[in-house]
Design a protein around this ligand. Sequence first.
Ligand code: T1G
Length: 700
Amino acid sequence: MSDIHQVNDLISIEVDGDIALICIDNPPVNATGQAVRQGLNDAVARLASEGGVKAIAIYGAGRTFVAGADIKEFGKPPQPPALPDVYNRIEASEIPVVAIMHGTALGGGFELGLAAHARVGIEGLRVGLPEVALGLLPGAGGTQRLPRLSGIPFALDMCLSGRHVPAQEALEAGAIDRLEAGEPRDVAIRAAQDAAAGTLKTRRTCDLQVAPDDDALERTAEKLRKTQALLFAPHKIVECIHTATKTPLSEGLQFEREAFMECMDTPQRAGLIHAFFGERAVSNIPEAKGEARPIGKVGIIGGGTMGSGIATSCLLAGLPVRLIEVAQEGLDRGVATITGNIDGAVKRGKLPADKRDATLAMLEPSLAMEDLADVDLVVEAVFEDMGVKTEIFGKLDTICKPGAIMASNTSYLDVNEIAAATSRPADVLGLHFFSPAHVMRLLEIVVADKTAPDVVATGFALAKRLKKVGVRAGVCDGFIGNRILSHYGKEAAYLVLDGATPQQVDAALEGFGFAMGPHKVGDLAGLDIGWATRKRKAGTRDPNERYSGAVADRICEEGWFGRKTGKGYYIYEGKDIRPNPDVARIIEEEREKAGITPREFTDQDIVDRYMTAMISEAARVVEDGIAKRPLDVDMVLLFGYGFPRFRGGPLHYADTIGAAELVRRIETYAKEDAHYWQVPDILRRMAEDGTTFADMNKGT
Ligand code: T1G
């Protein structure tokens, strides 16, 4: 190739004879930021004006084609040229343009392909329109051009699921025209030559008609009204695709643009983009970037629900596991649970069936703790008793090889005290998994006072290997998540004691976006767990604290622990779930005992109180340095506690309320209970100086 011209830092043109290549080189993912848009625009204009070229191929440098518009630009004033205009210029080009897509072609990246006159994929390619996961919709022609190429059902599926579609499926759906092997630039040269020679068919997508399918549109709209009533973008997507069936492309693009801007203006977009970057920022801390110790084999102590889940997660990540139990019966139960988990993973398509046996073969059950002498990491997952845990760590200290890491899966106990049971506290940390541990993506990496930096780095490396969202947490009772839960959980109980019903509280919070209200969650997890915690804390409970467990204790005393006993706050018979009428009686009796006259709460009252309670304790967790940044708290609640993703997390949500209003609320509620409702200093300072939690996340 002879003539290379750099249009700008990110876009270059290469001309050879009668073909030209346009290369996009904007690491890490060739996002279409302003310079890429401008460069593409100028490159196509230049080639059109210079003439002499019969075909153009656009490809990406680096590990992937274009992974979409630059998300970092969202929420800021838009910079011209707008992406749809650049793509309309490409579609209008008299010179055929072929898009060469490798790695991932997502969002605006796939839409670039759709605007081109032919699409060539390179093996391993995955295409997708994941905008909906950001509270947006494909805003550069995706909702108008894809139905023209692949029909309405496929377009609805891609735009609403946001899934990354393998190239072969995209080829079969007509979303790409060819699938090839080779380096992007080489494939680009061949494709441009074929387009110039006419052996690669080129056409404008705008000239194609959409095959009507009103049934699919109506069915989808109906389903969304039931399943995603709270979300904005999915409904707009259906409207856009519907418009594609009725109007010429230019009008459809106009409709799509307006719908896109409506989505852009929603708080959901801000919440979901906060979640996107937060998920990546949690490991963007100095400790996580240090040199990690190699992890080749893992030892798990305890074959219960947590131990088996953690073992499964390691096996699925290709890590050999030695599972330790004290008795054969427990060991067999652990192996059976792990085997069931692995079979479940095969069923869910998380593990290819032909890898099942090899994966299970990496599991070595044992009754001898001495067999942990050669592992690189031990995760202790036995029941929550400090005495038992310190005894185990004391023993591990005599067994584990130098440099081995000893971790506890405790969900609240003092990791410093556990570490002190060894002669090498630097090699000890907390790795707090969430049940079911092979499914839940959150991992609290609990850093004790003496934990060595490379041990922390190893915790983050393990999280990445297990495809978990690892969040750094300091040591306190309950770390980040459970500490906050134990506080806002009390408010749910107070609301019931003061007049609301468990069903009303659950419905109000489900209307806010939680998949399940706190009473249903309690029934699912087992009410006996909370009961044990209340008993454990009874001796140290502050006498000024209003007891929140009266109703729950009575329910547990009846032997009703929730789903596992068929009864809790609700009665569970098959698929039928209904309020437990006996709970209403218990609530009345406990109100009488406490001399409470029940009062009315609106759903908004319930949400405001519950969320203000959550935000208060979350703010204190940041203030105490247990969480280094507000976004760490947000990601813990999103990935471990079912917080609605579109709200971004409790502290992102707090910024939509404002510190001054939160202080006002707490001071109002404190008139009822000054012990429970206390304004965190950090909130008071924020109300005075106007800082936000987002400000505290900046620079990370
Ligand atoms: N914009 C800006 N930065 C991005 C980005 C994007 N689209 N995609 C990734 N990054 C950053 C990311 O934050 C990280 O930065 C680094 O790249 C590596 O990413 C008009 C409106 C492509 C599958 O939603 O799904 O197009 O943390 O760690 O695991 O219709 O990134 O290193 O500083 O995730 O290999 C639609 C989003 C946009 C795709 C790669 N596109 N990206 O995964 O690496 S909206 C998306 C991804 C749009 C148009 C609309 C993944 C990936 P840092 P990473 P990875």
